[in-house]
Design a protein around this ligand. Structure first.
Ligand SMILES: Nc1ncnc2c1ncn2[C@@H]1O[C@H](COP(=O)(O)OP(=O)(O)OP(=O)(O)O)[C@@H](O)[C@H]1O
Ligand SMILES: [Mg+2]
Length: 221
């Protein structure tokens, strides 16, 4: 199996007392550059757990993740963070923003962590494309829900990631903002990124190139 983003036989178990949750039970996938793939499935089927493993935020109990040929699993936290900061953009339900920094400074921070500088032209472009020019100097607490979602997207795009992972990116957005966020994700795929979108929305799944359905931690045939 090859791909810009690869998962081989991922397992993830959670234990609480005598309870064991088998969140991922042998999930394999490969996403090519240029592809937008929707991950769907009922609540509790393992979608967010899968995304956390793919981002290297969580370590699977078994199996392996590779990003652009580089192994992400079973490496130090530091090594995973390095791969993540250079190659992966994440758009999660919880905002990925630092609260005391402005939108602009949040974007600049992500770029700095990726080892890139932020020119004024580049910064203006990313803010413009996310519709945030007027709110560039606002802090996250001063933004509306839709603005916050778009600021999250600006941050997810800030390191020019080869792999974009989004968990319910349109969940709580109005249709216009949702459309804009989706368009931006599809634009990134058109530029060669591998894009994976977790969604409950049939519309979002319908406009993706492919759908991966999870059920009880397994990919459904
Ligand atoms: N940190 C954790 N500790 C214990 N159980 C967990 C943990 N994280 C997830 N789980 C359990 O693992 C299973 C998969 O959870 P996950 O969050 O991946 O589901 P999901 O498909 O994203 O659901 P939703 O659509 O509701 O967001 C669930 O049964 C959940 O309760
Ligand atoms: Mg989830």
């Amino acid at each position: 199996m090859s791909g810009l983003l690869q998962a081989e036989n991922l397992y993830r178990f959670f234990h609480a007392g005598d309870d064991e949750t088998l969140a991922l039970q042998g999930v394999s996938l490969a996403i090519q550059g240029g592809e937008v793939v929707a991950v769907t499935g009922p609540s509790g089927s393992g979608k967010s757990t899968l995304l956390a493993c793919l981002a290297g935020l969580d370590e699977p109990d078994g199996g392996m993740v590779r990003v652009d040929g580089e192994r992400l699993s079973r490496r130090s936290e530091e090594a995973r963070a390095r791969v993540r900061s250079r190659r992966i953009g994440m758009l999660f339900q919880q905002a990925n923003l630092v609260g005391h920094l402005s939108v602009t400074d949040n974007v600049a921070l992500v770029r700095r962590l990726a080892g890139s500088s932020t020119t004024p032209a580049w910064r203006d472009e990313v803010l413009e494309c996310c519709g945030l020019t007027a709110r560039a100097h606002a802090r996250p607490g001063q933004l509306s829900g839709g603005e916050l979602a778009r600021a999250g997207l600006a941050v997810a795009l800030a390191n020019d990631p080869k792999v974009l992972l989004a968990d319910e990116p349109t969940g709580e957005l109005d249709t216009v903002t949702a459309r804009r966020v989706l368009d931006l994700l599809h634009d990134r795929a058109a530029e060669g990124a591998a894009v994976l979108i977790v969604t409950h929305s049939p519309e979002v799944a319908a406009i993706s190139d492919r759908e991966i359905r999870l059920r009880d931690g397994r990919v459904q045939a």
